[in-house]
Design a protein around this ligand. Structure first.
Ligand code: ATP
Length: 632
């Protein structure tokens, strides 16, 4: 029997590392299963190139709980180790790796910047075990070895009688980690980290009903006689998940069922998928799904999952996937993403930047092909995907450049235009006297109904732009399309929204106008600025409008990242447009009796407020009472 000192310079490094990585204790299982998987795949490679002259067979990995003995076994059928290799790989490499890890993260281990914690390897076993044994038999014709270490730098190494190839790791679970002897706990971990690992993982057995006389005619109607129960290995993973296959091998149904495999609690179908597959200048595979999003951006539970060679790493893909795409779902698998660097390090990393750009490009290409292949279907999905696309246009210039080809602008009547089509269609009717193309839009079909109707009567198209970030986006579009301006339908009187040459002649003289304005301002609250306009005599006498510029700045400031500083808290600003050519305006002007005059102004103001959804509470009650009195 050999005994020895593990070559570590930090005396009793075990309790230290245990403390540092406290919250991540559970990764030990992922690390040990990864080692077993690596050992199995290495053997596969060696046999395939003729280096190892043994039968590869159908190796599996097994995780076994021995509750009474307080032990957890991780058994693989991989290439195994000779005694010399245990000395080298476990005593020297594994421990020096762990020591290096500790040195590196001593000060920053708790910095949330570290993702994954890969690299701790075999050593992580000591986070949950007070003693660890390795019983291993190499594929080479050498005796098996048995290594034991109780957490101090001393170990023993002796021959063992194991005859089957592979490695068994036995963890004597420490008193403070007994939860790892619970079946549900291990199940949960296997399901989180190992669900798609490339070697089948057995955890216990399960009962399967199989047809007893397959292919034969069975007379009996009794199911028990036809089916027989057999105990089979309970394999917890799918070693060949969809993203490792070629897109040509997969049908739409395969993609959908993989979505549900990935998110078992998700019952909605994804809208469409994007298969990622690149091996130069970096290696990356994956499938992204567009879920139904609508316009409410609730915190999402099912996030994009990041894997490295089918080992789950994290569902925090910030910095790797462009921010606007973090609302998608799916998987990304890449061995080229450095995992033990901080978030800021990730963002500065050239390879990661390339990955992020690649993903943006692939998503844009897919959207373009969906749009050209089946526009009708794309239009139907628009409402569910627009928020991602609009956010992408705002946050990624590369995406913005491509977006012109597929981003849509819907009208209140469910027509969909691209920006170019919009310009073409509106040009004739909606260009104002200064040559600007005025794009009218509504933010809410119900609330702005009367304004929309007035615009439609003029033959104008009204877009329905209702995303929370729309004011930022139209600001950007206007910046890049100087001949274009977006105006919300309720931001001014229709004749002012798109100013044409002809002006209506005012019925009132300038003195009359002044006198009317003075009377109005006596009764109208200061919150409204009175604006006299000589409009068509049939147009509404009073209209409340909300100037586009101020409203947009305020909205942008409220939704963050733009607008004018401090405007988010400004009170709403409204104009009261009074049509001086209306009969009501003349009536107000000519009414001598002040009480009657006040009554007319208040009633008209309330009606105008009503169509802007501004009449509420006490004012609404008073208005209803007053109106009943009028028709008594
Ligand atoms: N189950 C196993 N079968 C065969 N060899 C193993 C097994 N587990 C560990 N080893 C050997 O021990 C070495 C050290 O393992 P350790 O997990 O510490 O580091 P690693 O796997 O090389 O890298 P990482 O730190 O990324 O896990 C491995 O490189 C491998 O050669």
């Amino acid at each position: 029997m050999a005994t020895g000192q593990i070559n570590v310079s930090v005396e009793n490094i075990f309790p230290l590392i245990k403390k540092f990585l406290y919250s991540d204790h559970e990764i030990f299982l992922r690390e040990l299963i990864s080692n077993g998987t690596d050992a199995t795949l290495k053997l596969k490679h060696l046999t395939s190139i003729g280096e190892a002259k043994v039968e590869y067979g159908n190796p599996i990995l097994e995780v076994k709980i021995d509750k009474e003995g307080k032990k957890l076994h991780i058994i693989d059928q991989g290439l195994g180790m000779t005694a010399d290799e245990v000395e080298k790989y476990i005593n020297q490499i594994a421990f020096s790796g762990a020591e290096e890890f500790l040195e590196k993260y001593k000060d920053s281990a708790k910095d949330s910047g570290i993702i994954g914690h890969f690299g701790l390897g075999f050593y992580s076993a000591f986070m949950v075990a007070s003693k660890v044994e390795i019983i291993t038999k190499s594929y080479k014709d050498e005796p098996a070895a048995h290594w034991i270490c109780d957490g101090s730098p001393e170990f023993t190494l002796e021959p063992a009688d194991k005859t089957s190839r592979g490695t068994e790791i036995i963890l004597h679970i420490a008193e403070d980690s007994l939860e790892f002897l619970e079946e549900f706990k291990i199940k949960e971990l296997l399901n989180r980290y190992n669900k798609f690992m490339p070697v089948p993982i057995k955890f216990g057995t399960r009962i399967e009903k199989i047809e007893q006389k397959k292919g034969e005619f069975v007379e009996s109607e009794n199911k028990d006689e036809i089916f027989t129960e057999v105990e089979v290995d309970n394999i917890i993973n799918n070693p060949n998940p969809a993203w490792t296959k070629q897109p040509t091998e997969l049908t739409d149904e395969d993609y959908k069922s993989f979505y549900h495999e990935l998110y078992p609690m998700q019952f909605e179908e994804p809208l469409f998928h994007i298969h990622l597959n690149v091996d130069y200048p970096f290696n990356l595979t994956g499938i992204l799904y567009f879920p139904k999003l609508g316009s409410d951006l609730q915190i999402q539970k099912d996030k994009i999952q990041l894997y490295q060679n089918q080992v789950y790493v994290t569902d925090n893909v910030e910095g790797i996937v462009p921010e606007f795409l973090t609302m998608l779902k799916g998987v990304i698998d890449s061995p080229d993403i450095p995992l033990n660097v901080s978030r800021s390090g990730l963002q500065a990393d050239g390879a990661v930047k390339k990955i992020s750009n690649y993903i943006t490009r692939k998503v844009a290409d897919k959207l373009k092909s969906l749009f050209t292949e089946n526009r009708e279907d794309f239009e139907q999905k628009w409402n569910d995907i627009k928020i991602v696309l609009e956010y992408g246009m705002l946050s990624e210039d590369k995406f913005y450049e491509k977006a012109g080809a597929f981003v849509l602008y819907p009208t209140v009547d469910d027509k969909y235009f691209t920006l170019e089509e919009l310009k073409e269609n509106l040009k004739e009717n909606q260009t104002d006297k200064d040559g600007k193309l005025v794009v009218l839009y509504a933010g809410n079909k119900e609330a702005q109904h009367s304004y929309i109707e007035i615009a439609k009567e003029k033959g104008y198209e009204v877009l329905l732009l209702d995303s929370p970030i729309i004011s930022h986006l139209i600001q950007k579009i206007e910046g890049d399309n100087k001949e274009l301006t977006f105006v919300r339908v309720d931001s001014d009187h229709i004749d002012n929204l798109i100013k044409k040459e002809e002006t209506t002649i005012s019925k009132l003289s300038d003195t009359e106008k002044e006198s009317l304005k003075a009377s109005l301002e006596t009764y109208i609250p200061k919150a409204y600025s009175v604006q006299l306009e000589a409009l068509d005599s049939n147009a509404a006498p009073f209209i409340i409008t909300q100037p586009e510029f101020m409203r947009r700045m305020k909205e942008m400031s409220q939704s963050g990242g733009g607008g004018m500083f401090g405007m988010g808290n400004m009170p709403e600003m409204y104009n009261l447009v009074v049509n001086t050519n209306s009969d009501l305006a003349s009536n107000i002007l000519n009414t001598e009796d002040k009480t009657t005059q006040e009554g007319l102004v208040k009633q008209a103001l309330d009606l105008a407020k009503l169509s802007q959804n501004l009449l509420k509470g006490e004012e609404l009650t008073a208005f209803v009472k007053r109106s009943f009195d009028l028709i008594k």
